[in-house]
Design a protein around this ligand. Sequence first.
Ligand code: AHG
Ligand code: MN
Ligand code: MN
Length: 340
Amino acid sequence: MADSAVVTIDRHIMEEERKYPEATGALSNILTDLALAAKLIQREVAKAGLVDILGKVGRENVQGEQVEKLDEFAQEVIYKSMDHSGTLCCMVSEEEEGLIPIPEDFPVGDYVLVFDPLDGSSNIDVNVSIGTIFSIYRKISSGERGTLQDCLQPGRMMVAGGYVLYGSSTMLVYSSGTGVHGFTLDPSIGEFLLSHKNIRLPNPPQRYYSVNEAYFQKWALGQQRMVACLKGMGDKEMQPFRSRYIGSLVADFHRTLLKGGIFMYPRDDNSPEGKLRLLYEAAPIALVCEQAGGRASDGERDILDIIPTELHQRTPLFLGTREFVDMAEEFLQQDPDLPC
Ligand code: AHG
Ligand code: MN
Ligand code: MN
């Protein structure tokens, strides 16, 4: 008998909470509020082109990047969905330079929310999949309100992390440390329904590699040799790979999670620490990847072991099928003159 149970994300979150008798329900509230924010953002994404939500707002963010209207909208929706719940002591967003405090007249809680409100902004106006990325930590400072110390925790301390993918369907994928679960939005009832229970990277994996090869000339020799080998141009016999690159981390990772392969955003001469940000892009995606049986590395060590020193610090990122990430580390650490 097929399991006909319709499991909403709220039901799943409550069932997860029941596994922890000491749980206060605060983490469940945060995840439920994030699911609501995702629905509100999806509604605008779905109408993009029909309503005035495309294009740029005419200012740069802390990253020096042009802010898209949807970046700003998503930022506002998440902030307003989370600021009054009494579950958070502060927030961190790609779109805000500093730590975001909870308004004085709202209660504070014991968790920190770190997020990228809209990932893949360059793809918004061309109707290509984009996303939202989030990670949640427990407050570790002694004060009532959050501090930088609460925000600069290594990914190993994350209590939950995940992403929303606004694609051909809208999915919310997250892990709270007991595996990875995917929920697909049913717009006819406005509910995220459990569609991908306990996601695991496939074995054997599809042999996809995903990297922006426009930067080839600026890469380290080891990185160049690796990609040359993946394309069958090296002298080492290697089963051929295929290339896929969407340019939205959430979409490139989601494909890697479901099909296998490796996603890479390496350092280069112009970006010595790579482009992707540790706190709200690499770390939450790394948690999901590891919980699904994969690996996430900066080329030398696990992403989740990196102790952040700045809110917007960048990191090189190699993630996906464990054996492929191990291979990437070997190429990067090997003597570049070795034949591949
Ligand atoms: P964001 O839109 O939040 O700034 O993130 C964009 C990131 C990431 O989604 C993607 O993997 C990467 O930028 C693509 O960068 P390139 O255009 O340099 O390939
Ligand atoms: Mn991003
Ligand atoms: Mn973004």
